[in-house]
Design a protein around this ligand. Sequence first.
Ligand code: ACO
Length: 324
Amino acid sequence: MEQQQTPSAVEQAMLAEFERRIAAGETVEPKDWMPERYRKQLVRMMSQHAHSEVVGMLPEGNWITRAPSLRRKLGLLAKVQDEAGHGLYIYCGTETLGVGRDELLDQLLSGKAKYSSIFNYPTLTWADIGAIGWLVDGAAIVNQTMLAKASYGPYARAMVRICKEENFHKKQGFEIMTVLAGGTPAQKAMAQDALDRWWWPSLMMFGPSDKDSPNSAELTKWGVKRKGNDELRQRFVNQTVAQAQAIGLTIPDPELTLDEATGDWKFGQIDWDEFHRVISGDGPCNRERLAARRKAHDDGAWVRAAAEAHAAKQDGQGGAARVA
Ligand code: ACO
């Protein structure tokens, strides 16, 4: 009995010290003691985030060969490549928590892992590439600027670099939308149509309303989340309405009204049924996205085998290195 109580008391003291450090604004590093639940929450959130970056290459990659000029093609290629890098930084971050990339990829490819709902929508026209850069990367910046202050050091530091790159992505997207919105009537209509289709899914990126968000309380207590889902969504709406107005496009929400007292743009009801359908695997492109990822993984088998063989040759011991 005595022996069972002692570790618990020690653990309680460690937890108290951990929470004191978080409250004091200190950063948690990989070798520091952390509650198992904190580690699990980070792995959950960071792996979903890494998967989102990687799956997020698919809707845009679809347009690389069809970009309307060499300049647009170069910009899009660079952006899609950046997203792969973002995935890599974050998978490396999860490795510092003791979970390998191969395990996480298995979870993605088996359909067990979540990734952002937004990447389950199709890119039907070139304007969708503008809308993704403007809205999707714009929403990601709002969310991830906060995560750059998260309590876990490797995640927060990855976010600093990612946000810098996302800023370029947002600017290239907004520039595409600006050119289309100021172009021929057909081009303007194409830009408006893309905004109409991407607006509501972009608002869903921030996750359920705080009252329906099971993870928020714990993540906020431990300084991973610095702001709630609703506050960040509102911040995104406020900044994006002004941008849409500046280029003469209309946000597809008849209930959108400015609250003079708070300065917030009040928006209509989000279709949470659609959100839950998409995150449970039944969105417009979920199956297509997973099939594309599985094919890419299979096609890359020879690269992994070659890297393993090379590593084995280097260490001369029959393959100690593991390449995910
Ligand atoms: N898409 C898919 N799943 C979502 C989404 C979404 N847009 N929003 C919430 N969820 C899931 C959560 O992962 C959680 O599921 P789980 O418990 O099975 O893991 C469930 O819905 C309930 O949501 P919350 O309790 O609010 O989850 P959480 O506190 O983790 O907040 C959020 C969700 C805001 C997305 C948070 O995880 C986050 O900030 N993640 C990092 C940013 C990120 O992943 N961005 C990806 C898109 S950006 C890009 O790639 C360009």
